[in-house]
Design a binder for this molecule. Sequence first.
Ligand code: IMP
Length: 199
Amino acid sequence: MDKIVFATSNEGKMKEIRLILADLGVEILSMKEAGIQTDIAEDGKTFEENAIIKAKAVAAFTDAIVLADDSGLEVDYMDKQPGVYSARFMGESTPYSEKNRYIIDRLADAKDEERSARFVCVIAAVCPDGELLTTRATIEGRIAYEEEGDGGFGYDPILYLPEYGTTTAGLPIEEKNKISHRGKAFQLMKGKLKKKYEG
Ligand code: IMP
C-alpha cells in the first residue's frame, strides 16, 4: 500500500480524509492530483452501489488503491428519504435552509419517537488486486423542531442528538468527526486496509 486515490473533486472532503488517514503513512491523492478526469453517473439505488460505482470508475485509470464514499440523510417518517438523493433532493441548487424547512414541516405532526433519522456513510475501496472492500457507519438522531447550530453543512442543523443536547451543526468539527457516520466509516476502512496490507 503506497498510494491511495480518493474519488472526489471536493477539496473540503480531501482535507478531511487526509487528516483521518494520516497515520497510514501513505500518499493520498485527489483525482485531480492523480491526473484523472471522468464524469461519473451516480445512478445507484443504495449508498453501497453509488460508492462502488465511483470507486470502480476511477480504478479503471490507476493501479493505486481507490477509495470513494457516498452519504446522505435517512428520515424514517419519510420512508428513509432523501437517502441517496440527499444532495439532489428538491434540486441541487436549492439552499439547505429550504430543504431543512421542508423536512421540519413534513414532520409537523410527528411525535418525538417518530422523528428518528440518521446520516449514513458507505466507503468502497477497489484494491489493485481487484478486491472490493466496503464499510458502513451511521450517526443516529432525531429531526429537530427547528434548525440549530452554526457548524457543519447540509442537513447538519436538523439532525438532533439527544445525548449531546444539540444538532450535528452544534458540535465542534473535531467532535463531529469523532462520532460522525463519515468519521466512523473511515476508521473502519482504515482497519480493513491495515489488516490487508500490514497483516
Ligand atoms: P455525498 O456523499 O458527497 O454525495 O453527499 C451526499 C449529501 O448528503 C450531502 O450533499 C448532504 O446533503 C448530505 N450529507 C452527507 N453527510 C452529511 C453531514 O455530515 N452533514 C449534513 N449533511 C450531510
